[in-house]
Write a protein that binds this ligand. Structure first.
Ligand code: MG
Ligand code: MG
Length: 267
């Protein structure tokens, strides 16, 4: 079931999304060769709690193997859902940081892939194309379009550059729950699927690789890696479907203020 949001609800979602944006910027301040991913996680958790919100990923899934951390930190061939810990980032790594919060009953869920120091040209190409594809998808998230228009735009932009588009994981509705209907695949046919309506709130999140679209899960039960070991990138925004142009609730502006030597155009 798809829940359309009122403007009052959207205001709260914007607050939640912006808190995630500011949390990612706190992480951006300390990303450098030698830093442990667990340290990034602690910084994020402290920052979210200080801002009267709850880290939404921590404990996610429940049961025997709940997600144990505030951030998903996925390095190089890890696509998403990497678990922070004692791993130290190295010069040339790419690191996807995904963060979710619950604030006043509403969720934000948003992600950015950082370069650690100087990265090779292939990695830069991957990050640039993935970020561009996110905005290509968002361009399609307007009233009266279809869900398939979003995925088609992402897929077309990435595949024409020879990149892999992960299919096993998809974007989603978001609101009073972190994951709501509808699913938002990063592939598909234009003009197909659920009709988009003003007030729908979506997390759009292309996961793109330098090789195959196929992925597998590591034995920790969480970390998703590319099946061929190629590097992957992941950018995510929370948006509201509106007439003519979607509103982006989250922002990369805070990251752009901190990340020097950033070759990527941020929005
Ligand atoms: Mg996310
Ligand atoms: Mg998400």
């Amino acid at each position: 079931m798809i829940f359309l949001k009122s403007e009052t609800e959207i205001d709260k979602m914007r607050d939640a999304a912006r808190l995630v944006s500011r949390t990612l910027a706190e992480v951006a301040r300390v990303i450098e060769p030698g830093v442990e991913t667990g340290k990034l996680d602690q910084i994020a958790e402290d920052f979210i709690k200080k801002n009267n919100a709850r880290p939404a990923f921590k404990g996610y899934g429940g049961g025997k193997n709940p997600f144990p951390a505030t951030l998903c930190i996925s390095v190089n061939e890890e696509v998403v859902h990497g678990i922070p810990g004692s791993r130290k980032l190295e010069e040339g790594d790419i690191v996807s940081v995904d963060c979710g919060v619950e604030k006043e009953g509403y969720f934000g869920d948003h992600a950015y892939t950082f370069m650690v120091g100087e990265c090779d040209d292939e990695s830069r190409k991957l990050l640039k194309a993935t970020l561009e594809s996110l905005y290509k998808g968002i361009e399609q998230a307007v009233h009266a379009n279809k869900i398939g228009d979003i995925g088609h735009a992402v897929q077309a932009h990435c595949e024409k550059q020879g990149l892999g588009v992960v299919r096993d994981l998809v974007g989603h509705g978001i609101g009073k729950n972190m994951h709501e209907d509808p699913s938002v695949p990063n592939y598909g046919k234009a003009g197909r699927g659920e009709r988009l309506r003003t007030g729908m709130t979506l997390a759009i999140e292309p996961m793109i690789t330098l090789g195959t679209w196929k992925v597998k899960t590591l034995s920790d039960g969480w970390t998703i890696v590319t099946a061929d070991g190629a590097r992957a990138a992941h950018f995510e925004h929370d948006i509201v479907v509106r007439e003519g142009e979607a509103e982006i609730l989250s922002t990369f502006d805070y990251i752009a203020e901190i990340t020097k030597n950033e070759i990527l155009e941020t929005h």
